[in-house]
Design a protein around this ligand. Sequence first.
Ligand code: ADP
Length: 454
Amino acid sequence: MRVTEIIQLEQEEKRKRLIWSVTVRFVVIFIVLILVLLGYVLGLRFELPGILTAVTIVFLYNIVSHYFYAQKHHPVFWPYLGIVLDMAVITLVVHYTGGIASVFLPLYLLQIVGTNVHFSKSAGPLNFLVGGGAFVGLLVAEYHGAIPVVQVWPGVTSMYNYPELVIMVAFTMVLLMGVSTYRSGYVVSSLQKVERKLAGVNDELVEMNKSFITANKRLRELDQLKTEFISVASHQLRTPLSAIKWVLKMIMDGDVGPISKDQKDLLKKGYQSNERMISLINDLLNVSRIEEERFQYRFVDASLIDIIDRLLDETKMMMDKKSIFFERKVEHHIPLMRLDPQKMHLAVQNLLDNAIKYTPNGGKIQLKVYRDKDDVVCTIQDSGVGIPDDQKDRVFSKFFRGDNVIRMQTQGTGLGLFISRSIIEKHKGTISFESQEGKGTSFTFRVPINADRQ
Ligand code: ADP
């Protein structure tokens, strides 16, 4: 924030406080009038004309003040005149309501605390001097009979008959005024210090925010570059890998002449490694398409059950190889939905592959599909290694692989669940999981039947 802006803000803040002080003064005038009226009704002999004149003076001053403060311009002395006037009017009210025995003595303290809060610390000493001087002057003048004492308490002996009492009251009031001036000034200046500190902290936060925005922009640019790089590199790699795949397959199938069993076993290993690389490249390409929003969807009316059954055919061999006990529980009457069959196949495939991959030999997998109101829900539950509790919040992040599965030396890219979640969400669905390490995992996705999918 620039210095001129700070000064402007401080001035605006001062003006607000001055306007607020005008409001408070109106309220105090109103309360004093009510109390005077109450005392009068109760039979106390207040001097009403004098009180009303004093209150009218301060009332008029307040109207002019309001006009000045609303205009943003006022004579410099004006607020200080208010202090002097307030103390003078309070002294008059105190005089007309019994002088030393007046119930309005606390008005002095109210004025001191109020002014310190609304103005600045510098108004405190002026308040104290004017208020203390006026009050002590009033007591001295009334005690010596220079001005007549208003006897408001019928039948009660005047306190001025007891000089010690007069001295005690004068001393106590002046002391209280001093303490109020000091304490309220102290509180206000502490608050101002805190305010200034907060303003400084705020400025620092604004600066930090600016650098975060710049850093964030830079990171986005780098991220974009990385995605583009992956996309280009993957495309370039896929073509030769596909060529290798077909060459190996032809040799393995004996299309170019007979090969021995050992040769075939070796070629098979090469073929499988090549397949893993193709699958990694495909995952990378899919992720970069998702991030660049180039993952094209073609929604048609399709059956989720058909997609799942085709997938089960494809994975049956893998499950048999691991002697996994598989259970399929599919409700009848699951309606057709608008789906992208290829993408949905990929999403469920990732979940099923994981269940098979992370379930030890002889384990169990259950696939359930059922309708829940307007959604179709699919759950794939396994009795596998589970996901460690402290890593559960990262499961759908790119490249996440659990510590336990890394230790098992299973193959994986950590991209499957990221892709599956993106696909399910594009179908306006949700995906979640429950897992207990060592016991098993169940992934559930839910897709609305009638959502608007274009
Ligand atoms: P990956 O290629 O490693 O399988 P995924 O994105 O499909 O990548 O899964 C991310 C990680 O989530 C896995 O590496 C594994 O730690 C954990 N995971 C996913 N599914 C299961 C499951 N059914 N059982 C245990 N862990 C799982």
